[in-house]
Structure formats: structure tokens, C-alpha cells
Design a protein around this ligand. Structure first.
Ligand code: TZD
Ligand code: CA
Length: 526
């Protein structure tokens, strides 16, 4: 009879899982002992980094990523990163080591009391097998559950004395399991939706991260072109679902009720695909929709559909829905929307760059299929204006705004997509939440170019402080951090680039390297 250990590794192998993102403790050693040679362990020095790397890996590969955390303390450290994974529908299979079964009750050191409760509500499913024999089945359930639409993180707590136990013979059935999801929408629904779209006078398309996650970007382009619709990206964008230099592209909607209504004024139909309705942030109350507008929502997430405060929802695969819809639509007679004008030039200072010029330099030198991991919060709009993104999977931003995503996610994305250059653009505030990701990048020679935009402040909070009349709030600046010294300490090569010429030289150097490079750029506040 095979051991829980042997059958579990075989299960992971059959499910295409070959990387284990982790940070170990004594509870995890019996699982890691004898790790087969075809698996790779990616060590992160903090569980926020471990989970962030796995998140980037899962988002960029579209496949479940496996995480091994240390008991309660490790799970706790991962919770901030889980907020992002939950809202980006990231298929993370989180496992955590538990004390030996007979030592949990007395609350020994490292016993995770009520383990399944700990990661809730940021997981789809959370479980501790009731006996060792159930552990391989629980892992199988975890993988299939994480990967079933809507995808999301799951959690399994595993007592460390389970691994050497024998499984029953029937555990082999787990190895052959597959879960197929039928996605075709009903013909009547497609026809109804087509009619609504075709008969609208002035429809507008709002696209969300699920379009990119399902690689439905080209279908969205075809839909926009067929009906000559302007296209907005849904607020608080965590991915880029539409080429942002396409004539139909209008920008990212503001994350505020009143702001969205203002931008959508004049449209009689708002079609939202693959996004919640909506991810607001700034409190600016108003009407949810312009007068006379109706909203149609297409999403695979029934909860997302149910909690929307307006509109009519179709729940199912966004890819299948767009694919089914297109043959029902006649080209519109409307004129094609006109491309946005190119933004004007801005000036740098003597030894500080305007963020716009940092992005212009990156855009000029980066390969056309570069992937951007962005976590510099006050410059999101400027980035979308200045950097062209053409391909699916070109942009990742923390989906819940939980900082500490940028550096580790960039490492995970680059591990998943070695053929595309990953460029991380991270603020001098954000970089500190998961700075030890630099160590993993160096150790595993993950050739990310990290650009730190150093404006000495929590820039986005400065903006909020103005909006909320709280400009005297303490704790909004982060002066005197030397990222070149920090990166060097973690083994990453660095350049400080205080003007465009130096930045371009540094980027050229980074693009040619097969190891990570960190570029610190002093920037102006926006
Ligand atoms: N802590 C965590 C884990 N997540 C957060 N989102 C915040 C605190 C609050 N916060 C924001 O929402 S934006 C921001 C903070 C601290 C400032 C980030 O500063 P930065 O970027 O230097 O990375 P900018 O461009 O200067 O805003
Ligand atoms: Ca900053």
C-alpha cells in the first residue's frame, strides 16, 4: 500500500504541479522529506512573499499553484496576500503543516487550533482531513476546487504524522480524476443578449480581469469593433483585458460611484464583461448609472452577479458567451470611436524623474510582449496612458489593493512565463511589505527588472488625504530608504538612475541580463 506521501506527490504530478512555493517549519518536514527530484521547491523568506509568488505564478500560468505554509503563524503571515488572491480568482492550493494528531488537543507548540477557520473568509474551501487516509483525497478536492470556475484559493491543514501512514487501495482512483466544466451558454440567452446589444443606440463595453484570465481579449476586440463601441476597463483594474492603444479604448473607469456615472453619461446600454459591478474605492456617492441606461453583466462568478446593486446578469464562461454572441451580431453603422490623443510631454527635475517619463522610457525600450507587474499606487492612470499593452497577460496589479504583491508576484509571473520579460514597477512604499522577494529572485536567478519609483511618500494616501480633508494625518511619508543597499543585501544587482539617460542605460542592461536587476529611480510626487 503506498504512503500518503507517495500518493500525494503522484497526485500533484498528475495535476501538472511541479513547483512548491513554501516556507518550512518542523510540521512541514515530513512532507518535504524525500521530495521527488522532478519537483522544485521555491523558498520565500516570509509567507506573504511565498503566497505572492504563487499568486503571480497561478495568474500568469492559468494553472493551480501549490503553497506549503507553516502552521498558524505562517498562515497568518499569508493572509494579506490572500486578500489579493481571493479577488483575482487565483487558483492557489494552500497547505499548512499541523501538529501530530495526538498533540493538537493539548495545544502543543505549533498546533493550529481550529485550523480550517483561520484563513476564512478568503478561501473557497478550508479543511483538515479527519484521518490520515483522507489526506490524498482532500488534496485532490483542493486542486479541483481551486481550479473550478469561479476559481480561488483553498486551504488544507495536514497533521505531520499523516505523511508516513499508508493509504487505502482506492486512493489510486484519485490519480485519474479530471473535472470538466461545461461552459456553453443557452441559445435563447445568447439571442436575447444579441438583440439588446444590436438595438441599443449608444452601447458601451466595460471589461474586467476575467476577460484576460480566460484569454478572451481577442473576442472582446472583435465585439467592440463589430458594434463600434467605446471600451472602458472596469475600475480597480488588476489585469489588462483590452489593447490600450486600440481606437475603441477609453481608459480605466474611476473607482467611485459618481465618477463612473459621469464617464458613462449618454450611453443607453452598459455591458460589463468579466468584472464585478463594480469595485469602487473612493467614497463619492451618486447614482449607480446615468439616467436611462441599463446594465448587462456577464460573469462566471454567481456571487459577483448576485451582489451587484443594479443590472441584469448572465452567469457563465465569459469566453464561451463572447464566442457564442459574435456570430449573432451585425456590424454597426456607427462611426468607429476615435483613438485617444497621445498625452503631452512633462518635465523632469534635475535629479528626479516625472513618473510619466519613467513609463515613456520603459515603453520605448521594453519588448512588445513585456509583462508589467504594477504596484505604485499614485501613478496607475499615468501608466495606462504611457505604456502600450498588446497581448493577453500583460498586466498584473494587486486585486484587493493589498500591498506586498508587486515584488513577489513579479517573481512568480516570470517563473511562469520565462519567454517574456517581466518588469515590476513598484512604489517605495509598497516595496517594503515583501522586500525579501528580492532574495528569492536572486537565488533562483529570476530575471525580473524591478523599478522602484522613489518619491519618498505614500503618494496615493496623499491624494486621499486631500480628498478626505485629512492632510495633517501622520505616517504618510517614507523618506530615507536606500533600495540599492537593500537589494544588494539580498543579492540583487542594482543601479540608481536619476535621469532618463541613466534609466535607459539601466533598462538596456537589465534586458540583456539573465538575473534580476533593481533600478531605483527618484521620482516627483504627482
Ligand atoms: N497596507 C497594505 C497591506 N495595503 C495597503 N493598501 C495599505 C497599507 C494602504 N496604502 C494604499 O492603499 S496605497 C499606499 C498605502 C500605504 C501607498 C503606497 O505607496 P507607494 O506608491 O510608494 O507604493 P505611491 O505611488 O507613492 O502611492
Ligand atoms: Ca511612494
Amino acid at each position: 500500500m503506498p504512503s500518503v506521501h507517495a500518493i500525494s506527490y503522484e497526485l500533484l504530478r498528475r495535476q501538472g504541479i511541479a513547483k512548491i512555493f513554501g516556507n518550512p517549519g518542523s510540521n512541514e518536514l515530513p512532507f518535504l522529506k524525500g521530495m521527488p527530484a522532478d519537483f522544485e521547491y521555491i523558498l520565500g523568506l516570509h509567507e506573504g512573499v511565498v503566497t505572492g509568488m504563487a499568486d503571480g505564478y497561478a495568474l500568469a500560468s492559468g494553472k493551480p499553484a501549490f503553497v506549503n505554509l507553516h502552521a498558524a503563524a505562517g498562515t497568518g503571515n499569508a493572509m494579506g496576500a490572500l486578500t489579493n488572491a481571493w479577488y483575482s480568482h487565483s487558483p492557489l492550493v494552500l497547505t499548512a503543516g499541523q501538529q501530530a494528531r495526538s498533540m493538537i488537543g493539548v495545544e502543543s507548540m505549533l498546533a493550529n487550533v481550529d485550523a480550517p477557520q483561520l484563513p476564512r473568509p478568503l478561501v473557497k474551501w478550508s479543511y483538515e482531513p479527519a484521518c490520515a487516509e483522507d489526506t490524498p483525497r482532500a488534496l485532490s478536492q483542493a486542486i479541483h476546487s481551486a481550479n473550478a470556475r469561479p476559481r480561488g484559493p483553498v486551504y488544507v491543514s495536514i497533521p505531520h504524522d499523516d505523511w508516513q501512514r499508508e493509504t487505502g487501495d482506492d486512493a489510486r482512483h484519485l490519480l485519474a480524476r479530471e473535472l470538466h466544466q461545461a461552459g456553453a451558454p443557452q441559445v435563447a440567452q445568447v439571442e436575447q443578449l444579441a438583440l439588446r446589444l444590436q438595438s441599443a443606440n449608444n452601447p458601451v463595453l466595460v471589461l474586467g480581469p476575467e476577460v484576460d484570465a480566460e484569454q478572451a481579449n481577442a473576442l472582446a476586440v472583435a465585439l467592440a469593433e463589430r458594434l463600434k463601441m467605446p471600451v472602458w476597463v472596469a475600475p480597480s483594474a488588476s489585469r489588462c483585458p483590452f489593447p490600450n492603444r486600440h481606437p475603441c479604448f477609453r481608459g480605466v473607469l474611476p473607482a467611485a460611484i459618481a465618477g463612473i456615472t459621469e464617464q458613462l453619461e449618454g450611453h443607453d446600454l452598459v455591458v460589463v464583461v468579466g468584472a464585478p459591478v463594480f469595485r469602487y474605492h473612493k467614497y463619492a456617492p451618486g447614482h449607480y448609472l446615468p439616467d436611462g441606461a441599463r446594465l448587462i453583466h456577464v460573469t462566471s462568478d454567481a456571487d459577483e452577479a448576485a451582489r451587484a446593486p443594479m443590472g441584469e446578469a448572465y452567469v457563465g464562461s465569459v469566453h464561451a458567451m463572447l464566442e457564442a454572441l459574435l456570430p449573432h451580431l451585425q456590424p454597426s453603422e456607427r462611426p468607429m470611436p476615435e483613438a485617444l490623443p497621445a498625452p503631452g510631454g512633462v518635465a523632469d527635475e534635475e535629479s528626479r524623474m516625472a513618473p510619466a517619463n519613467v513609463f515613456e522610457a520603459v515603453n520605448a525600450l521594453a519588448p512588445k510582449d513585456a509583462i508589467y507587474v504594477k504596484e505604485a499606487t499614485s501613478t496607475v492612470e499615468i501608466f495606462w496612458e504611457r505604456v502600450e499593452m498588446r497581448h493577453p497577460g500583460s498586466y498584473f496589479f494587486p486585486a484587493a489593493g493589498g500591498l506586498g504583491f508587486g515584488l513577489p508576484a513579479a517573481v512568480g509571473v516570470q517563473l511562469a512565463r520565462p519567454e517574456r520579460q517581466v518588469i515590476a514597477l513598484v512604489g517605495d512604499g509598497s516595496a517594503n511589505y515583501a522586500i525579501t522577494a528580492l532574495w528569492s529572485a536572486a537565488q533562483y536567478r529570476v530575471p525580473v527588472i524591478f523599478i522602484i519609483l522613489k518619491n519618498g511618500t505614500y503618494g496615493a494616501l496623499r491624494g486621499f488625504a486631500r480628498h478626505m480633508q485629512a492632510e495633517d494625518a501622520p505616517g504618510l511619508d517614507v523618506p530615507d530608504i536606500d533600495f540599492c543597499a537593500l537589494a544588494k543585501g539580498y543579492g540583487v544587482e542594482t543601479v540608481c538612475a536619476s535621469n532618463r539617460e541613466r534609466l535607459e542605460a539601466a533598462l538596456t542592461k537589465g534586458l540583456a541580463m539573465d538575473a534580476p536587476l533593481l533600478i531605483e529611480v527618484p521620482t516627483l510626487q504627482t
